[in-house]
Design a binder for this molecule. Sequence first.
Ligand code: URA
Length: 237
Amino acid sequence: MRLVRLIANLGYGSRKEVAMMFREGRITDAAGDVLYADDKRGHADIRIDGEPLDAPASLHLMLHKPVGVTCSTKDAGRIVHDLLPARFRLRNPALSTVGRLDRDTSGLLLLTDDGALLHRIISPKSRISKVYEAVLAEDLRGDEVTVFASGELMLEAEKTPLLPATLEVLGARHARLTLHEGRYHQVRRMFAALGNHVVSLHRASVGGLALGDLAAGEWRVLEARDLEAIFASGDSA
Ligand code: URA
């Protein structure tokens, strides 16, 4: 791939802007020698203003999404891309969230530019577990564990019942819920179906990948072992 296109695809600017960066001598090799747009170099050997390039595709990230930020790129308010370097928004292929968390939900959010991986993670067939902690407005009534595990709970406007889900009671109004699918506002609607209301919701893990010590608003690039961890806990039952 030509260098202008390679660098523009990483979001550093339009092809015209990147061509200008070449003319300004801002793009060099690792030894500091100025590169020209028609030079041939590998990704690892290119520097912009002395800095190595962002990772090429495929790029996968994990973000600790804070409350108050939306996953949609069209929202007028704060969006998850605002928490990442601005040029990530201009990457081609685009960096998309793997499913969504509501504006009022915090926790582990994955982003990737690999469409096939994204679909593999969100597909109910992969049976990747997602673990949520919920604080509720009302005391648990006692039958939630059984109802959620039944595989028969039908949410309003849905055509198929929910897959069995595991609820651990952590307190009178505090529970941990493990799901193997991701329907719209699923956790909130599950508790609403039993007459309760979720006051706060946090996603702690996706498959075997947990947030760890990532603080709210922080992100990091996923490594191969993180991707393995995501799929490690998917069972085929
Ligand atoms: N379920 C919800 O209700 N909201 C989320 O953000 C995720 C799961």
